[in-house]
Design a protein around this ligand. Structure first.
Ligand code: GDP
Length: 450
């Protein structure tokens, strides 16, 4: 996401870098380029105009520029304004003590509403320790209700089902009572979607809202459709009142316009972004991190959060300790691979890292290279799985005996050559570890791919 915009902004800001003194002409020229870049990213015209004006005003209003280079100051101003544009502080769901807390999910058909409902339920259950119940009140399309049931099963969150009623309000009420009775603290209501906004749907949503008194009414916007999504959000907001937005499909080639316009246009924050079809492909929306990503500063913070969520800290410490003591075995290596695996797809992970964070690790990999790396991780795990416990504890057993290597190769379905490659790399890695001063998971990663 934001690739083109990010590239253009970086280029523009770079043109300022050589200047020891920035004149109004420099700034005006740079703002012209930024304006074009934002418009090309499909950001709303009015939003762009305001943004550029504010940046320019601040940039020119700077008194004496001494401690920082002029270019740095402009970058900082652009960054601050972008954070502001994206909503300032991060905003997520805030629960009340009055259970069940209801989250009403609304949006047009195909926007990713049902998928996002599932993703948020999974997120709340796993990361916020909530006990959610799901219900679909789309009485018009049985397929929509089935889809939610399938998702519920996949993420392990119960779905309230009642085929006997065809009244969305009655269904919602029944689900609410059921949540109350069975002690669910959160009820996520997936509402009907239409291809276009129509009065009937809006009336129904307004009724549901007044009936359920939700803590959140979240509009799911398809980031791929840019300004159209912003227009729909505006209309939904005027008709029923939204408390936030879920921006889905940000993994696609969305140009970023919706993300950068929506907050200004409707005055409500983006709370989550969907970044894939899988149910774990959901991120909380942090304006400052997104701004960093757009301006090319690398999204280290998101990465750290992901690491904290997914990686078993005690295990990571144990592995690091073993590395330091030079007792790192193939068994540990496999455990480490599993930790890395939990961080999700590697290309996403690497995209978040700034250049130069890990010396020796080339982060600007082509998609083919990332694919290769992922395949290699899988193969490596398969090979290690085929070893005996003894071999995993002492890799030299394999290094010494061809018949052992052959057996492992057969077991893992890999050629012997791959087993030998792995052993070589592992020995090299152990040697590197001894020299390593930087520990931690990243130290390990560096050893793994360096
Ligand atoms: P609904 O009609 O609004 O309920 O939309 P669905 O939840 O059925 O989603 C429509 C399509 O978009 C499905 O194929 C989803 O897998 C896909 N989708 C939803 N969210 C995302 C996302 O964040 N990224 C991608 N790539 N696809 C998504």
């Amino acid at each position: 996401m934001f690739e083109t915009l990010s590239e253009k902004l970086k280029k523009t800001l770079k043109t300022l870098r050589g200047e020891s003194k920035l004149t109004e002409a420099h700034i005006t020229a740079a703002m012209g380029d930024i304006r074009i870049a934002l418009l090309e990213a499909d950001v709303n015209y009015g939003v762009v105009k305001q943004f550029v004006e504010r940046v320019k005003e601040k940039a020119l209003g700077q008194e004496v520029w001494q401690s920082l280079s002029p270019a740095q100051q402009v970058v900082k101003i652009v960054f601050d304004e972008m954070v502001e544009l994206l909503g300032g502080d991060a905003s997520e769901v805030t629960f009340t003590a009055h259970n069940p807390n209801v989250i009403l999910m609304v949006g047009l058909q195909g926007s990713g509403k049902t998928t996002s409902t599932g993703k948020i339920a999974r997120f709340l259950a796993q990361q916020r320790k909530r006990h959610p119940l799901l219900v679909s009140v789309d009485v018009y399309r049985p397929a929509a209700r089935d889809q939610l049931s399938v998702i519920g099963k996949a993420i392990g969150v119960p779905v309230y089902e009642d085929a006997t009623t065809n009244d969305p309000l009655a269904l919602a009420r029944a689900a609410y009572r059921d949540a109350q009775l069975r002690g669910f603290d959160t009820l996520l209501v997936d509402t009907a979607g239409r291809l276009h906004i129509d009065d009937e749907l809006m009336t129904e949503l307004a009724q549901l809202k007044s009936e359920l008194n939700p803590i959140e009414t979240l509009f799911v916007a398809d980031a791929m459709i840019g300004q159209d999504a912003v227009r729909s959000a505006t209309e939904f907001h005027e008709r029923i009142g939204l408390t936030g937005v879920v921006l889905s499909k940000m993994d696609g080639d969305a140009r970023g316009g919706a993300a950068l316009s929506i907050r200004s246009m409707i005055g409500q924050p983006i709370k989550f972004v969907g970044v894939g079809e899988k149910y774990d492909a959901l991120e909380s929306f942090y304006p400052d991190r997104i701004a960093q990503r757009i301006l090319g500063m690398g999204d280290v913070l998101s990465l750290i959060e992901k690491v904290q969520q997914e990686v078993d800290e005690a295990e990571a410490v144990r592995l690091q300790q073993r590395m330091l003591e030079n007792r790192f075995t193939l068994e540990d290596y496999r455990a480490q691979l599993r930790q890395v695996g939990k961080l999700g797809s590697l290309d996403k992970l690497l995209g978040m890292l700034p250049d130069g964070l890990l010396p020796g690790l080339n982060l600007r990999m082509t998609p083919q290279q990332t694919q290769m790396m992922q395949r290699k991780l899988k193969e490596t795990e398969a090979i290690i799985n085929s070893m005996t416990k003894q071999e995993r504890e002492d890799h030299t057993l394999l290094a010494k005996t061809l018949s052992r290597r052959k057996r492992v190769a057969r077991g893992s379905g890999m050629p012997v050559r791959k087993v030998e490659e792995l052993l070589n790399e592992f020995s090299m890695m152990r040697r590197m570890m001894q020299q390593m001063t930087r520990g931690g998971l990243f130290g390990g990663l560096g050893g793994l791919f360096g």
